[in-house]
Write a protein of this length. Structure first.
Length: 416
């Protein structure tokens, strides 16, 4: 048994960006951790995910010593286009709030973090199976699993962190009587494609059309990511390249002549929309972070950013709890994180419902959406609200302090 038992300060289930960033931040504070994940590193790197980073999270990657690759290979975006009525309307983040976002795929964030953990001698175990979390209310909770070589292993720690996503084992290990779930499922989804083509626009284009929403995004100079609203039960295999392009071109069509640059579709999938929050984010000596505790629709680009914001707070709480023997810091983590989570839920819901066509929508509903979009782009306060939320309520921009455009941060409306 001695050979299969590992003792560490923090056991982390989930080696995605949240789990690896937490391990990295803890290591900088001199706190040991072990990270386990049922996926192999190659499987995680092969999954195409979100690509927008808030400015604070770019700084987190670079200032904490993970990597500066995001600065060298990522692409700063100083705004987005809201396209409706067949025209583009730019929301200028820099002019409104003095911040940008960065186009940098989640796969690259993961690679940078995995390389940093390997460089720093971190204990990360990929490809495990049969993971269980046990004794969560004890002083030394445990993680049981079988490693990639088929050996049964046990980790005992002072603090256990569930960063294993929405389908992981940690959230469901909390007794139902001890947790409350807040859930909403949307009546539409995104049909997402990767295409070999040059960029169609320098920044993201969020499109409202009579046929439904479309998002024109980017990955590299030769590979692009695009989405259009579809039924959640849509079969991606039923769509040929020609049919996909005809639908996308129709959704962005307008009097200004804007068209998309086409190319071969190399990947297609359907992404369902859900909003979810689990409260509290602590049970005993286990704490939840990232998608294990909450998910948002992708419209506001908040999923990865919320996960990184969680672990930034969690690393501080764990350091205080373990080095200063102040367990109250663990109690404070969840409420602090949830304050941002619910702001992000509101913003993601607002962006989603403003831009998507709901099944059964009346002419009134559609015209009301157009009025809402016109109010946002036609108002400095409305545009500033969107800019502040999209760029992430930066810690460098305290609430109440004017941004470069003269609009007080946080002074925008609370759109419903």
């Amino acid at each position: 048994m001695a050979e299969t038992l590992t003792r560490t300060a923090v056991g982390i289930v989930g080696a995605g960006p949240a789990g690896l960033m937490l391990a990295h931040l803890l290591a900088r504070a001199g706190i040991d951790s072990v990270v386990v994940d049922h996926r192999t590193r190659a499987e995680i790197e092969g999954t195409s995910r979100a690509g927008i980073l808030e400015a604070d999270n770019v700084r987190l990657l670079t200032d904490s010593g993970v990597s500066d690759r995001v600065r060298r290979e990522g692409s700063p975006h100083d705004g987005i286009e809201l396209r409706f009525g067949g025209e583009n309307h730019r929301v200028d983040f820099q002019a409104l709030v003095g911040e940008s976002v960065w186009l940098y795929p989640q796969t690259d964030v993961f690679t940078d973090l995995a390389d940093a953990r390997e460089r720093d001698g971190g204990d990360v175990r990929f490809g495990v199976r049969g993971t269980e979390v046990v004794d969560l209310t004890s002083e030394h909770p445990g993680i049981l699993f079988t490693d990639a070589d088929g050996v049964a292993r046990e980790i005992r720690c002072d603090v256990l962190v569930g960063a294993d996503g929405s389908r992981g084992v940690c959230r469901t290990a909390v007794p139902e009587a001890e947790r409350t779930h807040f859930f909403r499922e949307y009546p539409y989804a995104w049909f997402g494609i990767l295409v070999d083509a040059p960029p169609s626009a320098p920044e993201l284009v969020y499109t409202h059309s009579e046929r439904g929403f479309a998002l024109i995004s980017r990955r590299t100079e030769s590979v692009q990511r695009m989405y259009f609203q579809c039924d959640p039960d849509e079969d991606p295999a039923a769509w040929t390249d020609d049919r996909i392009w005809a639908e996308l071109q129709e959704r962005v069509r307008g009097a200004d002549g804007f068209t998309l640059k086409e190319g071969p579709v190399t990947d297609r999938s359907v992404l369902r929309f859900r909003s979810f929050v689990c409260e509290p984010m602590r049970y005993g000596n286990m704490l939840l972070a990232g998608d294990a505790a909450h998910t948002v629709p992708p419209t506001g680009a908040k999923g990865l950013n919320l996960a990184l914001a969680d672990v930034r707070l969690l690393a501080e709480a764990v350091e205080t709890a373990l080095t200063k023997h102040d367990r109250a810091a663990l109690d404070a983590y969840g409420p602090r994180a949830l304050h941002r989570v619910w702001r992000a839920q509101h913003f993601s819901y607002w962006m989603t419902t403003m831009l998507h066509r709901t099944p059964g929508a009346t002419d009134f509903d559609v015209r009301r959406q157009l009025g809402e979009l016109a109010a946002v782009v036609g108002s400095a306060a409305g545009s500033a609200y969107l800019a502040e939320a999209y760029t992430g309520w930066s810690e460098r921009r305290p609430p109440g302090r004017p941004g470069p455009g003269g609009v007080r941060a946080g002074a925008g409306p609370l759109p419903g």
